[in-house]
Design a protein around this ligand. Sequence first.
Ligand code: NAD
Length: 485
Amino acid sequence: MSGESGIWFDPGLCLIGGAWVAPKGGEGLDLVNPSDGNRLARIARGGAADIDAAVAAAQAARDGDWGRMTALERGRVLTRIGQLVLERADDLARLEALDVGKPLSQARADAVALARYCELYGGAADKVMGETIPYLDGYTVYTLREPHGVTGHIVPWNYPMQIIGRSVGAALAMGNACVLKPAEEACLTALAFAHIAVEAGLPAGALNVVPGLGAEAGAALSGHPEVEHPSFTGSVATGALVQQAAGRNVVPVTLELGGKSPQLVFEDADLDAALPFLVNAGCQNAGQTCSASSRILVQRGVYDVVRERMAAAYAELTVGPALEDLRVGPLISARQKEIVEGYLARGSDLAVAGQGMIVDHAPEAGAYVRPALFADVPPDHPLAREEIFGPVQVLIPFETEEEAVAIANGTDYGLVASIWSRDGARQMRLARQLHAGQVFINNYGAGGGVELPFGGVGRSGHGREKGFEALYGFSQLKTVAAYHG
Ligand code: NAD
């Protein structure tokens, strides 16, 4: 480990074909620690030439040792990677906390989730089967699940470890060779993961990592004619660019683009159970979570009590440096802070029901904002419709179930929703009516289970990652029809 940063590898390199190499352009980018604004490391500024080399290395792996491995062997390598990740969970958590600004225990949970993805997909690699199809007399028909070939993984800065686990893990399990482009704001754990994967025996070229800017390395990867399946998590605007690029190459794409996810609190809800979820789901990772719950819809009869109790919980929210492991850390960057402050200014016509506190000793140059809860927010207000990606929640009152569903479904997004009610019939009705890829009943997030298929509808994107479903997304079906008479 080197110095206080805990970086045990050279962060300025790309992994291409099993070798750690400098980017061809020779340039670098600064990573900034969002807790104090200081430079944390210098990473590679990979470009189109590096992406070309990474894709060529991936093709060679697909056609070579990696492509020839049995599903069982692939699974064993992934499982070994998972074991090493678990052993290094504390080191990885520290890197993530410094890089992303994520409170240490939340960063550690992400490291454990990364290990869990490797375990899940390691175990699943040899359990994805085709089927035989009863057909005409004289035929035997069966299906084969085959890898796409080279997959591209464009990852954002908010949950690098979890997103790498769910997309790269599933892609490797199915025998794809991956090119990973981590976010320019935070990519230390992506590099650390790659070092661990090499150490665990992943064949050269099965995973290649090229850090760099979105408009350079990211665009080169999503538009590369030899990339057979790009997977993207991030903003709607960039997701649309990735889809256009994939469209030009006529390849499928997975897009996970965030949301404006509601929790619906009915008068018959168990409020004691709901309260911690209502607040946590909005301030975890400083609200920079695609499935953050930024809208709390509350039935009129319990609105005042929920408002008061959430306000009290907000007063307890402390914000400070990631390594101090308070409830909330800094935002990822000064730029993100500016975006969130812009939204807070747009809420100046609204009532602030509750606010958290930044600790006095938080460094001036850190990207800190005070968490804010707005009350009585009209459903058409920008703060109730747009993804803010900061610790900001809005309370919206409603009278009837129909009104609640209309408000919940009234944004462009549809990632996650939750229903707090003891009425079983209502739970079943609403689970069908809510526009979302995941619906939770009397919980929010279900502990983030790696087993649970995840993805959105509407502007939240399409395609599913996590669980077994991701294995189908990262493979394609071939039908074999044999005529034998
Ligand atoms: P972004 O979508 O631009 O970046 C995400 C990833 O895409 C990064 O790796 C980036 O380098 C890459 N990228 C950027 N431009 C690209 C391009 N033209 N082609 C291919 N890849 C490209 O998001 P951002 O700028 O980091 O954040 C902006 C906003 O996006 C945030 O305020 C937030 O609202 C949203 N966001 C959502 C998620 C999510 O998990 N859904 C994650 C990050 C950001």
